[in-house]
Design a protein around this ligand. Structure first.
Ligand SMILES: *[C@@H]1O[C@H](CO)[C@@H](O)[C@H](O)[C@H]1NC(C)=O
Ligand SMILES: *[C@@H]1O[C@H](CO)[C@@H](O)[C@H](O)[C@H]1NC(C)=O
Length: 296
């Protein structure tokens, strides 16, 4: 503030600057935030064994990961077997997107999972990452078409009110009997979903889901939410008023995140409004100056 007169003189030249901020605050409102919850991390794991840098295995693995990302642009499940010149360089891999995810969101999710696994499992022969919206796995030993009911992740919420529990049982029963490899169910406030990885056949999928739902019920059955991830399938439920699928997935793992992003949105709206009002005032002040200037 050592040159106040200069600052006053250039105030009208600040106008584009204010305008820029106004546009910026408006545009921040329209940036889509829906896919962010599908991309949030659930779990990941890597094998102990590592491959040698610049080996044929590494090059096959890169081919595999690229294939997964490319395929996710048109399909919600696929598997690949990349064979090199020698049998020990074979890499097996697959991805599975959540059944209700659109194909563009599936593609975004799988590429996000691939970059996650790249930083999580550096130079390991095998790796797997589960995001909210998709799952990827690769290994040098085949696991394609093999049912796997190993418990990978279980997570239960705090205890729920007893009147909710009957609802939870109903949702679990619905998920068990509803056919297909992706299942959703709802009873009152309780919502649930379950899914198999696409390489299981109908019988294996049913077997895996029955196991996941049974464990979910016995371990988390009285909680406000539960997640049960087995090797090749998962079952989850959540208690809440909101029926939107996106809210369901973002709230049970990232309730705080969702709330804070909603708070940020409100904040952005307020800032945007202030900026808008300020802009209008400055614009009219500017017009008046121009008019007064012309009147002289
Ligand atoms: C996978 O890689 C590890 C480490 O190089 C090796 O010990 C194992 O035999 C490989 N498995 C297969 C099926 O090639
Ligand atoms: C792997 O992909 C191929 C080609 O898309 C398909 O024919 C095969 O059934 C798949 N295998 C498994 C186990 O999903």
């Amino acid at each position: 503030m050592h040159k106040p007169s200069k600052a006053m003189a250039t105030s009208s030249s600040l106008l584009p600057f204010f305008f820029f901020f106004f546009i910026l605050s408006i545009s921040s409102l329209t940036i889509p935030t829906l896919s962010s919850s599908a991309d949030s991390f659930v779990f990941g794991g890597c094998t102990q064994q590592k491959y040698a840098p610049d080996s044929p295995y590494e090059s096959n693995l890169n081919t595999l990961l690229t294939s997964l990302v490319n395929s996710a642009a048109y399909s919600s499940y696929n598997n690949y077997t990349i064979t090199g010149s020698s049998p020990e360089d074979v890499v097996y891999g697959l991805y599975q997107c959540r059944g209700d995810l659109s194909i563009p969101d599936c593609a975004t999710c799988v590429s996000s999972a691939v970059s996650h696994v790249g930083s999580l499992c550096s130079a390991t022969c095998g790796g797997a990452v589960q995001l909210q919206g998709c799952y990827i796995k690769y290994d040098n030993e085949t696991f394609l078409g093999v049912e796997d009911k190993t418990l990978v992740l279980k997570k239960c919420g705090p205890s729920a009110a007893s009147e909710i529990m009957g609802r939870t049982d109903e949702v679990m029963a619905g998920l068990t009997s509803g056919g297909g490899s992706f299942r959703v169910g709802q009873s009152g406030e309780v919502q649930g979903s379950a899914q198999c990885v696409g390489d299981l056949n109908v019988g294996e999928c049913q077997d895996c889901l029955s196991e996941a739902i049974g464990q979910l019920k016995s371990i988390c059955g009285t909680a406000t939410y539960g997640d049960m991830y087995l090797g090749k399938c998962y079952a989850r439920y959540y208690i809440g008023q909101v029926e939107s699928g996106d809210h369901y997935y973002s709230q049970d793992h990232n309730g705080d995140h969702k709330n804070s992003s909603e708070g940020e949105k409100t904040f952005a709206v307020i800032i945007g409004l202030f900026a808008g009002v300020a802009l209008v005032i400055i614009f009219f002040a500017f017009l008046r100056k121009v008019f007064e200037g012309n009147g002289k």
